[in-house]
Design a protein around this ligand. Structure first.
Ligand SMILES: NC(=O)c1ccc[n+]([C@@H]2O[C@H](COP(=O)([O-])OP(=O)(O)OC[C@H]3O[C@@H](n4cnc5c(N)ncnc54)[C@H](OP(=O)(O)O)[C@@H]3O)[C@@H](O)[C@H]2O)c1
Length: 262
């Protein structure tokens, strides 16, 4: 059930299994809830085992078949464990949602530690590739599937202090397109690019500034995690069977805001 009471696609994913990274809160948890409500079994991940346990409990309380694997997507062994757990639990892995991300190192790039820069790419770019490779080898190469990578509305332009984030997300967007071409026709690979969503990761942007930020958006409010989750649900469902390599912008009109009369 979404924030305004709209149900997910009824039964669209019954019998399928999904792996959602970074899903103990925020967008990832909302994605797990939407996919689960549509009938998928879901495996969720996060580093904090306690928070992940709570998220799995919350999913199960709503009738979703859910399991969790704690760890960082920066650890290749963790990614393999996630795929193994998903296939062991559900017998398949039809859907991968690469949602875990980092917006560090924050600040001017001339002050960025190269190791922190590499760490950002390990989480935002390398982990999605490793996870798709693992899912491809375990299930998708033979049976097909759908992948969604969570990018950002900001990936196509530059901005202060977010150089590592925006550069790595731009790389993730290009990776999405490359994989879409390479893995077709059996596996569809798409991106969802959110605008500003009211989550912990973005709190430093919206906390205390929400009314002004909302007023500046054509659709008049900040995003909620479920706004992004519904886009993911559509992309992984058969309703999007002829969609691959797409970047679905879900941004409340951020990109078109300059057309508004003052
Ligand atoms: N919020 C926005 O405005 C916005 C806009 C554009 C794009 N996005 C993208 O949306 C995605 C989700 O962000 P969010 O806003 O929902 O963030 P969030 O509310 O802070 O949630 C992030 C989730 O990812 C987990 N996580 C973080 N690093 C991880 C790692 N290395 N390995 C495994 N799990 C990890 C966190 O749990 P642990 O900390 O316990 O690991 C948590 O479950 C990110 O890729 C972000 O770049 C967000």
């Amino acid at each position: 059930m979404g924030v305004d009471g709209a149900d997910g696609a009824d039964g669209a994913l019954v019998g399928r299994a999904a792996l959602v990274t970074g899903a103990s809160r925020g967008i990832g948890l909302a994605v797990a809830e939407e996919l689960g409500a549509a009938g998928a079994g879901v495996c969720v991940t996060a580093r904090d085992a306690e928070a992940l346990r709570a998220a799995v409990g919350r999913l199960r309380d709503t009738g979703v078949r859910a399991v969790g694997v704690a760890g960082s997507v920066a650890d290749p062994a963790h990614l393999h464990a996630c795929v193994e757990r998903t296939t062991a639990e559900f017998g398949r892995i039809d859907i991968v949602v690469n949602n875990a991300g980092t917006n560090t190192p924050y600040g001017p790039l001339m002050e960025a530690d190269p190791q922190d820069w590499s760490a950002a790419f390990a989480v935002n770019v390398e982990a999605p590739l490793r996870l798709v490779q693992a899912a491809w080898r375990a299930w998708m190469r033979e049976h097909g599937g759908a992948v969604v990578n969570i990018c950002t509305e900001g990936a196509t332009h530059v901005g202060p202090h977010l150089g590592a984030y925006l550069t790595s997300k731009a790389a993730l967007l290009r990776l999405t397109q490359q994989l879409a071409g390479e893995l077709a026709p059996s596996v569809r690979v798409n991106a969802v690019s959110p605008g500003l969503v009211r989550t912990e990761m973005a709190r430093f942007v919206w906390d205390g500034a929400e009314p002004a930020l909302a007023a500046g958006l054509p659709l008049g409010r900040l995003g909620e995690p479920v706004d992004i989750a519904r886009a993911v649900l559509w992309l992984v469902s058969d309703a999007a069977a002829w969609v691959t390599g797409a970047d679905l912008l879900v941004d409340g009109g951020t990109r078109v805001r300059r057309a508004r009369p003052a």
